[in-house]
Write a protein of this length. Structure first.
Length: 250
């Protein structure tokens, strides 16, 4: 595993330990209550917690094994989704507590997600793969609005949009431009792709990947030499590599 993957995996298991310890402390504080009803509720909640904890732990182990073996574990895909949904926010907060920048944790999560998608080796037909890009890739001085119709792009080469159009045409992929997370979700819902190559910052990518589950999404981080959300750039080689994973099954 690369170091970036290790960070999120480490926080994932640390989150499990922290949650387990908190549960044990709280349970031991309240289990000696004398009221029968209170005891019954406590035991019921404890059973539910233990079941969820086992599922989440199984999902975390499945993520680790999938990365080590470079092979998915089909029987535990549901547990992986549960672990990602429940532990992701805990891992991010735990990272902040121990002094790890949020962007590093989110970037590590994206690396883990991308690798898991690659291990699935699922081949997506060209016409069902979408490249979903943010509008901030467009030159801010450009007068042509491309969020409603990508054909408005004049392909002048001043920004990354013309390059993305060429890549999409070469691979037969759908290209859409989004102005934010809400529109991105709507675009995916309307187009109904079988796989997405998403370009965005760490925050938008991580949230988008979680929201799109179980749809396979490969995240490509944008480059921000001019600051966030302004004339951003993207590495076309990485976009083509992500498309290759989708189109050829890894």
């Amino acid at each position: 595993m690369r170091n970036s993957k290790r960070l999120y995996i480490g926080l994932l298991f640390a989150s499990l330990v922290v949650i387990g310890l908190i549960f044990l402390i709280v349970y031991n504080l309240i289990r000696f209550q004398n009221q029968p009803l209170f005891k019954g509720i406590t035991i019921g909640l404890a059973i539910i917690f233990i079941i969820l904890f086992i599922l989440v732990a199984a999902g975390s182990v499945a993520i680790l094994l999938s990365i080590i073996r470079a092979q998915k574990i089909p029987s535990l895909e549901g547990s992986i989704r549960i672990a990602t949904t429940l532990l992701f926010p805990v891992a991010v907060q735990l990272g902040k507590i121990v002094g790890i920048a949020k962007e590093r944790t989110l970037g590590s999560f994206i690396e883990v997600n991308n690798y898991l998608v690659k291990t699935y080796r699922k081949i997506v037909p060209a016409g069902r793969v979408m490249i979903l890009a943010p509008h901030c890739l467009q030159d801010s001085d450009c007068p042509f609005k491309i969020t409603t119709d990508i054909k408005n792009c004049r392909r002048c080469g001043k920004c990354a949009i013309s390059g993305l159009i060429e890549v999409a045409e070469q691979h037969g992929a759908i290209l859409r431009i989004a102005t934010g997370g809400t529109l991105a979700r709507q675009i995916i819902e309307d187009a109904n792709p079988k796989g997405v190559v998403a370009i965005a910052c760490e925050r938008d990518l991580s949230l988008g990947i979680k929201d799109a589950t179980p749809l396979p999404v490969i995240g490509v981080l944008n480059q921000r030499p001019n600051g966030p959300c302004h004339n951003t750039q993207v590495d076309m080689i990485k976009v083509e590599e992500a498309l290759g994973i989708m189109l050829h099954g890894g």
